[in-house]
Design a binder for this molecule. Structure first.
Ligand SMILES: Cc1cc2nc3c(=O)[nH]c(=O)nc-3n(C[C@H](O)[C@H](O)[C@H](O)COP(=O)(O)OP(=O)(O)OC[C@H]3O[C@@H](n4cnc5c(N)ncnc54)[C@H](O)[C@@H]3O)c2cc1C
Length: 547
């Protein structure tokens, strides 16, 4: 067994787009296997690795497509033969997202809800025409960007419909316009992030949005699920960057964002951002872009414990200056991630690693770095130099590669996230960790829960948990119990049902519980107005009214 570290170009804007295997993350050439070291570390926390090979994709059983000949002919008339697919592997590839339950279902052949057909429209007009046709024919539609949802965003409910269609936006892949003076790029929604970066980089700009799913996710998916990238401290969340949207609904087109800011009534951008395909299909996104940075510097800091690290991050978030990347791992995550980042951390077990990154012009980076360094020193941090920062940067997109071999060696591994105010941050972290580890231990599979902060605001921050345990005989049921416990802890403390993964099906209950009946019913009424036949992502984001 060996650890292979996928090699990455030094420049984030030159990372390649990857077309994924249905249940193997990323580039097959960069696949990793479990190292002896990791297997040994898992053993220390009671997790034994044992091989559980998945069913090969071609052997996965799908229910026959329910798309009748007449429906298929009409679709072919609308899109052309080659853009209407009922191919087995295509249906499998569009059957699920990338949450651990999604991957477990794929690995165990549980694909009853796979789409009957995959549709690939060419442009906005075809999307509008398709949605009108699907409404008339009662065909449910699941918009599909990069398919990297980790919250069941692609698991729409098919019952009550003639058929279920996956609407793959991959052909909407153009840079429509770049207004260099205003620094606004108009991008088609199906563009995958690396392609979008490449297109704007050719004009000297960056979008600056680098979530861990960067290689596979799409521009429309970022807007639909309110994504946040690893450089959010410097560039903002994706929903901060969006200045305009073009959205196709079964009733026609909505175009929003005619000016940078407006006092003209409620902000429709905010209604459509995060609507997860339930209100319409985003076909174009206008985003703010920034000049490509001349300089990128990453460095590490050690804090004696999580609480002191959190206090330091809060000072930077509230009083500045903000680095471009700012994150803090808790004690356990720091230990587990210590492949080699820094000797000095190994000498101080129990301490926490913070990473700061600065991007911009030479002068701006120097100014912010110097001022932030003073704040971090003053807050009790010990500088570790560029080694740990650069190590984090080099490996920042690698973790998802490890999930495949872990799942196939009997390890349950999953992540979840939330956000809360600074005054509640430590309590929420403790409660969610306790809920997860207790729920797993009570099932006879004690586990670990690691945590980090990676998105900060003046008023609070996100918390991101990684959980590992031995898989039980029914890992889907096992995880459902742990996830429910975490959701209850999050709900009880009034934290966000999600900071950046979105709602999908997995967070729908905790989301609507927090919204309350008045706001939930108002959103359902809005959906009914935009999508009278209820074909758009039924059951995703909101409970269905027609059931
Ligand atoms: C390994 C891994 C790491 C991740 N890391 C991050 C991270 O760092 N930050 C982060 O924010 N997220 C992260 N995610 C979650 C995911 O990548 C984001 O939610 C992303 O925004 C999804 O984009 P996508 O194009 O893949 O959308 P999809 O998965 O295709 O769709 C997501 C949802 O939006 C709907 N949708 C998609 N496109 C459109 C459209 N054009 N119009 C309307 N609705 C649409 C879909 O129906 C679905 O409900 C990660 C996921 C994985 C698997």
């Amino acid at each position: 067994m060996s650890d292979l570290t996928p090699r990455r170009p030094a420049d984030e804007t030159a990372l390649p787009r990857l077309d994924f295997h249905p249940y193997r993350w990323g580039d097959p050439a960069h696949a990793v296997t479990l190292s002896e070291r990791l297997a040994g570390a898992l053993g220390l926390v009671g997790i034994t690795v044992r091989e559980t090979p998945p069913t090969p994709v071609s052997d996965l059983r799908l229910p026959p497509s329910r798309l009748g000949d007449a429906l298929r002919s009409s679709l072919v008339e609308l899109l052309g033969e080659e853009h209407v697919s009922t191919d087995h592997d295509d249906r499998v590839a569009h059957a699920a997202g990338w949450s651990t339950p999604d991957l477990l279902r794929l690995r165990t052949d549980a694909l009853a809800d796979a789409p009957d057909v995959v549709l690939r429209p060419a442009d906005h007009e075809q999307v509008v025409a398709l949605l009108q046709w699907c409404s008339e024919q009662r065909v449910a539609v699941v918009p599909y960007g990069g398919g990297t949802s980790v919250v069941g965003g692609l698991a729409a409910q098919r019952d009550g419909f003639e058929a279920l269609a996956s609407l793959d936006l991959g052909r909407l892949d153009r840079l429509v316009d770049l207004d260099a003076e205003s620094r606004v790029a108009t991008l088609e929604a199906g563009l995958r992030a690396p392609n979008a970066e490449e297109l704007v980089a050719a004009h000297g700009f960056t979008i600056g949005h680098f979530p861990q799913s960067y290689a596979g996710a799409s521009i429309g998916g970022f807007a639909a699920a309110r994504s946040a990238g690893q450089s959010s401290a410097g560039y903002g969340r994706f929903d901060d960057m969006v200045v305009g949207l073009t959205v196709a609904t079964p009733r026609g087109t909505i175009e929003v964002g005619h000016a940078p800011r407006s006092a003209a009534g409620p902000d429709w951008r905010q209604i459509l951002l995060g609507s997860e395909g339930a209100f319409g299909v985003i076909t174009r996104v206008r985003v703010r872009v920034r000049p490509l940075p001349a300089v990128r510097v990453f460095e590490g800091w050690r804090f004696p414990d999580f609480a002191s690290g959190v206090a330091a991050l809060r000072r930077l978030a509230q009083d500045g200056p903000l680095p471009t990347v700012l994150r803090l791992s808790d004690e356990l995550e720091t230990l587990v991630n210590l492949a080699d980042p820094t000797e000095s951390l190994e000498e101080s077990p129990g301490s926490c690693l913070a990473v700061t990154g600065y991007e911009g012009t030479t002068e701006d980076v120097a100014r912010r770095r110097e001022a932030a360094t003073a704040v971090l020193h003053d807050a009790g941090g010990t500088p570790l130099g560029e080694g740990p920062g650069e190590a984090w940067r080099a490996g920042r997109f690698n973790a998802p590669y490890l999930r495949d071999p872990l799942l196939e060696h009997g390890v349950l591994i999953e992540t979840l996230e939330t956000a809360t105010f600074w005054s509640s941050l430590l309590e929420v972290r403790q409660s969610v960790s306790d809920a997860l580890t207790t729920a797993l231990a009570e099932q006879g599979t004690p586990g670990i829960a690691m945590c980090h902060v990676s998105h900060v605001y003046e008023t609070g921050a996100s918390l991101y948990f990684t959980v590992a345990a031995q898989q039980a005989s029914d890992p889907l049921a096992q995880w459902a119990v742990a996830k429910r416990a975490a959701n209850e802890a999050i709900s009880h403390l009034g934290a966000a049902p999600s900071h950046h993964h979105g709602i999908g099906v997995d967070h729908r209950e905790v989301y609507t519980e927090q919204l309350g009946p008045v706001a939930t019913e108002a959103l359902q009424a809005l959906k009914a107005s935009l999508d009278p036949a209820g074909i758009l992502n039924p059951g995703v984001l909101l409970p269905r009214r027609d059931r």
